[in-house]
Design a protein around this ligand. Structure first.
Ligand SMILES: C[S@@+](CC[C@H](N)C(=O)[O-])C[C@H]1O[C@@H](n2cnc3c(N)ncnc32)[C@H](O)[C@@H]1O
Length: 395
């Protein structure tokens, strides 16, 4: 069946109409006329697969050879300029659709669309090692991934030459300069087979190498990153994001900062480095907090980190001029939002990786806070995900 693609949905799927019914097609671009085959028909919508492109968009680019099998990169076939505009439109549409906020986002920062990730997790099953297909746990064996750094791709190629039948999962992480690497394996494997592949080797939680973490940098700030710690995956753009936060911190001149969902202390340490600001961070992952203390020392700084749930420690906020929040995709919980609304906190900087929960939370916070700025950072090119910073000021 021949259809015209009208637009992309928030997950990067093309939308066409078949007998007045919405039809989702992956791997297409608005304006393209394509041949599709319906694969799933429901009462209100249908799904179809792309068979042939009759009119090709000028924004189409050559994608990854595993794209159809893997499905992890829903915008793999679209060039970066179009992708950035799509992400701006998407966030502005979410703001209009789900909130009373009057704000039009115009800025999106982006760098490389390839080789930007410093981490990958491969899964093993019945002798196969690779990525999960995005809709199932079927393993797609790969010899490279366009998103990850060249050093990770080299490690993947070396791994593929080994007998990996007992690997259940393997995490590979590299430092920003690609000089250091870490491998963490789960499964009934002989660790000796994996010696020499990386600087740090961990097998079933046992540290085989001398050290347990790599040191990576963002600008002049250095960080220990352990296997179980959270760390941003696109460090070049993270520097831009952290510079933007620091620019605002310098402008707002807080005496103290509370860094909620602080991970390894990365934002707080970066923005307070070289400034006379008291820093406290909260995170519920013990590995993050242990790295955060080591990171203070590594950068010869003072501060404090609390291991615990943000909502259980939220009573602290009234002691702070500036609260930075960087929650997981689920956004802020009700208690944290209500505490911010009824607090004395002058400024909040909200770092978000999910525009839908961001807009939900901003709508509630706008009861007491004005939005000074919202800026997007295309931290995850080729995928529909998008990072942002919102600077809020109490009325
Ligand atoms: C998006 S990461 C941000 C980390 C850090 N700000 C950074 O830039 O690297 C979210 C962090 O929130 C932490 N987290 C998730 N839920 C939490 C909760 N309820 N209380 C405290 N920390 C939480 C996770 O451990 C993770 O480190």
């Amino acid at each position: 069946m021949k259809v015209k693609i009208e637009r992309l949905d928030d997950f990067g799927r093309g939308i066409a109409f078949v007998n007045n019914k919405i039809c989702f097609v992956s791997g297409v671009i608005p304006g393209e006329v394509v041949e599709i085959e319906i694969t799933n028909e429901k009462r209100n919508y249908c799904e179809a697969k792309l068979i042939e492109i009759y009119t090709k968009s000028k924004y189409r680019c050559v994608g990854c050879k595993y794209s159809e099998l893997c499905g992890g990169c829903s915008l793999d076939h679209i060039n970066l300029e179009y992708e950035n505009n799509y992400k701006l439109d998407k966030v502005n549409n979410i703001i209009k659709k789900f909130s009373k906020i009057k704000y039009n986002v115009t800025d999106i920062y982006s760098l490389n669309a390839m080789n930007y990730r410093n981490k990958i997790v491969l899964h093993g099953d019945k002798g196969k090692l690779g990525l999960y297909n995005s809709n199932s746990h079927n393993i797609v064996e790969i010899d490279e991934c366009l998103l990850v750094s060249n050093k990770i791709n080299n490690i993947i190629k070396k791994l593929n030459k080994l007998d990996n039948k007992n690997i259940e999962e393997i995490l590979i992480r590299v430092s920003n300069d690609e000089k250091k690497s870490l491998i963490d394996i789960k499964g009934k494997v002989n660790y000796k087979n994996y010696l020499g592949l990386s600087d740090i080797l961990i097998v079933n939680d046992e540290v085989i190498s001398k050290n347990d973490s790599i040191i990576t940098s963002i600008g002049d700030v250095k960080y220990y990153v352990s296997s179980k710690s959270f760390f941003q995956i696109n460090l070049e753009l993270t520097k831009k994001l952290y510079d933007e936060i620091k620019k605002n911190v310098i402008k707002l001149k807080p005496k103290n900062i509370l860094d909620l969902y602080c991970g390894t202390g990365s934002i707080g340490i970066y923005v307070c480095n070289g400034l006379d600001i008291d820093l406290v961070g909260i995170d519920n992952n013990p590995s993050n907090i242990s790295d955060a203390f080591r990171n203070l020392e590594l950068n010869k700084m003072k501060g404090n980190f609390i291991l615990g749930d943000v909502s259980k420690n939220i009573n602290l906020i009234n002691d702070y001029d500036l609260v930075i929040v960087d929650p997981p995709r689920s956004g802020l919980d009700k208690k944290t939002i209500n505490s911010l609304i009824s607090s004395n906190v002058k400024n909040v900087i909200y770092v978000s990786c999910d525009p839908i929960t961001l807009v939900r939370d901003l709508d509630l916070l706008s009861y007491k806070y004005n939005i000074n700025s919202i800026k997007l950072f295309n931290m995850f090119p080729r995928t529909y995900h998008c990072e942002s910073i919102t600077v809020l000021e109490r009325r």
